[in-house]
Write a protein that binds this ligand. Structure first.
Ligand code: PLP
Length: 385
């Protein structure tokens, strides 16, 4: 893929967002000027666009092995997570008000559960994680109750990259309860094979897989009772009102196809970059790894620098035009430590010095080497204070 960032900048924050694929950009430029009609209008200008949206929906559905009616376009995964969690909880509240999630979810999942708990009297169990940030199947099994109606667990953690045992977790829910199982698949799509067996609902975001922002998909199986969050329209089979953002919905299919076609090659490339990071960082006494060594996304490496606070190191790297994060971008403006690392019970030094390196397939070995040089220089400069 062609580089789209200034040559001197090193972008290592692909968990947060990714550059738009040139082919997606090209199609965007071609479609945007022509397809401006409302896709719900019944004249030809509208029906033409509607057909393209329906074709995109069918392509996405086929990729996930579901039917087209089970794919709903949203403004992103934050909306998809909110819609699924609240929509399933409200529609099934007459069967019970116990819902389960984990203590390491993205803010859009965590916040939806808190909202249901605080405003609507649902009882929430926040599952603990082990030292690798992973939900153990037996922990979930023990938490299930006759009145549990929904379980939501992320596929890949966005802060440390831990891959959750989604296949086993979804199976446990199906075999031991009548609850529906939702998986936030944002950091899994295009990065690891996604297995949706026994998964009733899932969320995806385009801008994490080299698509455009403001574009997401919620997958909801037809048999799952659901109340729409956004009322007021026939659009999206009545599940999400509002004039469709037609062009980005059309582009989602292409974005997904490109991500899946390139997946094996991207993983191969990024895995080598991550290993290069690990090999050299392992030689530095003040660095510890927060990401697990097994069962982790190749695209995420979370470390702590024990002698330099995150903020200082991030500023130092930023001065050298190297961009990383300390935690989830949706929580980056709070002074609170990362809730994933806190849930793993890491000590204060590790919480204070954490850095998340988000790799993308456009990164190069030269960039990794430069990052490592600057990081080491930062440790020498600030580590003795
Ligand atoms: C795991 C996870 N879920 C949900 C989201 C929200 O996605 P979006 O930016 O499309 O709202 C993110 C984005 O950081 C994420 O990493």
């Amino acid at each position: 893929m062609r580089r789209v960032q200034p040559a001197e900048e090193i972008y290592l924050d692909h968990v947060s967002s990714t550059p738009v694929h040139p082919e997606v950009l090209k199609t965007l430029g071609e479609l945007l000027p022509i397809h401006y009609a409302n896709s719900d209008a019944i004249h030809s200008a509208g029906t033409r666009i509607n057909q393209l949206i329906q074709r995109s929906r069918s392509v996405i559905a086929a990729a996930f092995g579901v039917s087209a009616e089970e794919i709903v376009f949203t403004s992103g995964a934050t909306e998809a997570n909110n819609a699924i969690i609240k929509g399933i909880a409200f529609a099934n509240a007459h069967k019970g008000k116990h819902i389960i999630t984990s203590s390491v979810e993205h803010a859009s999942v965590y916040g939806s559960f808190e909202f249901l708990e605080n405003e609507f009297g649902f009882e929430v169990t926040y599952l603990p994680v082990d030292q690798d940030g992973r939900i153990l199947p037996e922990v979930l099994k023990n938490a299930l109750r006759p009145d549990t109606i929904l379980v939501s667990i992320m596929y890949v953690n966005n802060e440390i990259g831990t891959i959750m045992p989604i296949h086993d977790l979804a199976k446990i829910v199906k075999e031991n309860s009548r609850a529906y199982f939702h998986a936030d698949c944002v950091q899994a799509l295009g990065k690891i094979p996604v297995d949706l067996e026994n998964v009733d609902a899932a969320s995806f975001s385009a801008h994490k897989i080299n698509g455009v922002k403001g574009s997401g998909v919620m997958l909801k199986r037809a048999n799952v009772p659901f109340l729409p969050l956004i009322s007021g329209g026939q659009q999206e089979m009545g599940m999400r009102g509002g004039t469709p953002n037609a062009i980005v919905n059309i582009l989602f299919a292409k974005t997904l196809r490109l991500a899946l076609e390139g997946e094996a090659e991207h993983i191969h490339h990024v895995r080598a970059l991550k290993q290069r990071l690990i090999d050299r960082l392992s030689t530095l006494e003040s660095i510890v790894f927060n990401s697990p060594s097994e069962g982790c996304s190749d695209f995420i490496l979370n470390i702590s620098c024990l002698c330099v606070p995150s903020e200082v190191m991030m500023n130092w790297l930023n001065q050298h035009s190297i961009f990383v994060s300390a935690q989830s971008t949706c929580s980056s403006k709070t002074k609170q430590p990362s809730h994933t690392l806190s849930a793993m019970h890491l000590n204060q030094k590790r919480l204070d010095g954490s850095l998340r390196i988000g790799l993308g397939y456009t990164n190069t070995t030269a960039e990794i080497d430069r990052f490592l040089d600057v990081l080491e220089e930062g440790i020498t400069t600030y580590g003795k204070l």
